[in-house]
Design a protein around this ligand. Structure first.
Ligand SMILES: Cc1cc2nc3c(=O)[nH]c(=O)nc-3n(C[C@H](O)[C@H](O)[C@H](O)COP(=O)(O)O)c2cc1C
Length: 329
């Protein structure tokens, strides 16, 4: 193992989030942050196995670099999913070993797979044999009472031995029983030190950290310890933070908020005419002006306007009237 980690994830990414990291949201976030890696919502490998590609796989060329996240625990299904991902042109295939929902556990995938490292290794090996794309794993620091450093190292080592070079680690463990998925993102305490320790002990692996990162100071501090940061909820609570971080990390001249919305409008028009509901198209915009004058009126105009039966892109144009006309920030 060399000490130079593979670079797949990069410095910053937006986390996979069901109902949030939809194609429209990813398109808009890409306008704000050209170099940030984007992840899809989790796609069940079994759905692809049964041919549901058209429902789950389409994405816009502007989204690159974009990773598809698969959920599953059957090596053959996951290998098929990896092949499909490559055919559709994704940049990475990520395996979900972090989600603790009951639905996911009954299908034996997600966080409960941390207890089956050999099976995860088999899945990763099968996926890698099926595609030239990088295969990465998103996981947690532990599950239930399996939460020691040694447990995490053993899990990572087993999966790395199967060929995975890049891991995203949500810095809290999951309780498989008794907590809702939402509570499992809030109740188990964050332990960034556990992820830093992993990176220090396994310098040849690319390790990105995830969980609770919502401000520049924490982002930059974390990048002193690990290779990359994955941001989830903050990317939607306050999407413009992504533009700021894009500028800070990559020096990009980013669009202002209003310019980003205007650049999004042609996409909205196209999707709207294909029948995509405006409620889905405005979801990513809700928090855009948080902290700016008119933010509340902007949200209300989007919420109310997008629910009307005849709603179209004009809803967004009308909402813009509530926020400052000149917006360079
Ligand atoms: C609404 C929602 C949906 C999520 N869906 C997924 C998912 O499909 N796959 C996954 O690996 N994690 C999922 N997560 C977890 C996030 O990817 C991330 O690990 C978690 O929110 C912690 O990061 P944060 O504190 O930056 O939000 C989801 C989180 C939220 C809030």
């Amino acid at each position: 193992m060399t000490d130079t980690p593979t670079r797949i994830h990069g410095r910053l990414s937006v986390a996979p989030m069901m109902d949030w990291t939809t194609p429209p949201a990813r398109y808009f976030l890409r306008l704000l942050a050209p170099h940030v890696r984007l992840y899809t919502e989790m796609v069940p490998a079994v759905a692809l196995w049964h041919g549901a590609e058209a429902r789950f796989m389409p994405f816009h060329a502007a989204e690159h670099p974009v990773a598809v996240q698969l959920g599953g625990s059957d090596p053959e299904e996951l290998a098929h999913g990896a092949r499909v991902a490559e055919r559709w042109g994704y940049d990475e295939v990520n395996l979900n070993v972090g989600c603790p929902s009951d639905r996911v556990q009954s299908g034996r995938f997600g966080a409960c797979l941390m207890l089956e490292a050999e099976r995860v290794a088999e899945c990763v090996a099968a996926m890698q044999a099926a595609t030239a794309l990088p295969v990465t794993v998103k996981t947690r620091i532990g599950v239930d009472h399996h939460d020691t450093e040694a447990f995490l190292d053993a899990f990572i080592d087993t999966v790395a031995a199967a060929g995975c070079r890049s891991f995203i680690v949500h810095a809290r463990k999951a309780w498989l029983q008794g907590l809702s998925p939402k509570e499992n993102r809030e109740v188990p305490p964050l332990d960034y030190g556990r992820v830093h320790g992993l990176k220090a002990r396994r310098p040849g692996l690319e390790i990105a950290i995830n969980g609770g990162i919502a401000d520049s100071a924490t982002l930059h501090e974390e990048l002193r310890h690990v290779d990359g940061v994955m941001v989830g909820r903050e990317a939607f609570a306050n999407p413009y933070a992504l533009a700021r971080w894009e500028h800070e990390l990559f020096g990009t001249e980013v669009l202002g908020r209003r310019a980003a919305v205007e650049a999004y409008l042609p996409f909205v028009e196209a999707r709207c005419s294909e029948g995509v509901p405006m409620t889905q198209l405005v979801k990513v915009l809700m928090g855009l002006f948080n902290g700016c004058p008119g933010a509340r009126a902007w949200r209300r105009a989007l919420t109310e306007g997008s629910q009307r039966r005849d709603a179209g892109p004009a809803v967004i144009e009308a909402a813009l009237a509530h926020v400052a006309p000149r917006d360079a920030a």
